[in-house]
Design a protein around this ligand. Structure first.
Ligand code: ADE
Length: 225
C-alpha cells in the first residue's frame, strides 16, 4: 500500500511514520509512506499557500493552485483509490474504516489547515473526508498520522503476530480482555488463576466474558450496533 501525505508541516509527521511498526512495514516493502511539502508546489516566490477568504471571514484559506499542482502531479503517476481530506467535518474514523482502507493500493491524505481549503478542491479532487473525532486540531497532520498508523498495522505481515491484530479492541465490536505477564504475583496482586491453568478452552471463554463485561461497562454504545 502506498500513502502520499500532503502537508505544510512534514516535520510533524516524520517521527510518526518512521518508527516502530510503520517503519518495519515500510522496510518489509508492505507499505510506502511519502510526505509532500505543499510549499514545494507553489509558484509564489514567498512559497505562500494560503490567502484571505472571499466574503471576509476571519482566518486564512489554503489556496487551490498548490494543492492542484501536487495532486495532479501524483495522479499523473498512478491511480489513487481514495483522495482523503482530514477535517473535523468528515466521517468519523473508526476500526471498520481502517479495515476497509487497509486493502487499498494507493491513497492520498491531504492535511487541512487554517480555516480550511478552497472548497473547489473538495468538490473536484477529494473522494472522502475523515475526522478523527469531534474536536478541532490545529491541523490535519496528527489525524493523518493516526489514520496511517491504524491502517498500516492491519496490512497482513505488518505486525509480527497477525492474530494480535484480529484480537484488538473494536475488531468485533468488543473491547479486548485484560492481559497480564510475569510475574504471576506482584506485591500480592495476582494474575487471574484461570490464565495459569493451561486449559485453553476455559481461558478463551474467560477472555470472551471479560470482553463482554468490559464493553458493557466502558463502551455500551458498541453493543448497540
Ligand atoms: N483537522 C482539525 N481537526 C480535525 C479532526 N478532528 N479530525 C481530522 N482533521 C482535523
Amino acid at each position: 500500500m502506498r500513502i502520499d501525505i500532503i502537508t505544510v508541516l512534514p516535520q510533524m509527521l516524520e517521527g510518526a511514520i518512521n518508527c516502530s511498526i510503520l517503519k518495519r512495514a515500510q522496510d518489509k516493502g508492505l507499505a510506502e509512506i511519502n510526505l509532500h511539502n505543499l510549499r514545494d508546489y507553489t509558484d509564489d516566490k514567498h512559497n505562500r499557500i494560503d490567502d484571505y477568504p472571499f466574503g471576509g471571514e476571519a482566518g486564512m484559506v489554503m489556496q487551490i493552485e498548490p494543492i492542484d499542482n501536487v495532486i495532479s502531479h501524483l495522479k499523473s503517476q498512478r491511480v489513487y483509490d481514495e483522495i482523503i481530506y482530514t477535517s473535523p467535518d468528515g466521517e468519523t474514523f473508526d476500526q471498520k474504516m481502517a479495515n476497509k482502507m487497509s486493502s487499498l493500493e494507493n491513497i492520498i491524505i491531504l492535511c487541512g489547515h487554517y480555516k480550511g481549503i478552497d472548497y473547489r478542491i473538495r468538490e473536484h479532487f477529494i473522494t472522502k473526508e475523515i475526522s478523527i473525532g469531534d474536536y478541532v486540531l490545529t491541523g490535519g497532520e496528527l489525524a493523518a498520522a493516526i489514520i496511517s498508523d491504524a491502517v498500516v498495522r492491519l496490512i497482513p505481515g505488518a505486525i509480527g503476530d497477525e492474530q494480535s491484530a484480529l484480537s484488538d479492541s473494536f475488531q468485533d465490536n468488543l473491547l479486548a480482555p485484560p492481559v497480564y505477564t510475569r510475574p504471576a504475583e506482584y506485591k500480592g496482586w495476582k494474575v487471574p488463576e484461570i490464565l495459569l491453568s493451561g486449559h485453553q478452552a476455559k481461558i478463551d471463554e474467560w477472555k470472551l466474558q471479560q470482553s463482554i463485561e468490559r464493553t458493557k461497562r466502558l463502551r455500551p454504545d458498541l453493543l448497540e450496533d
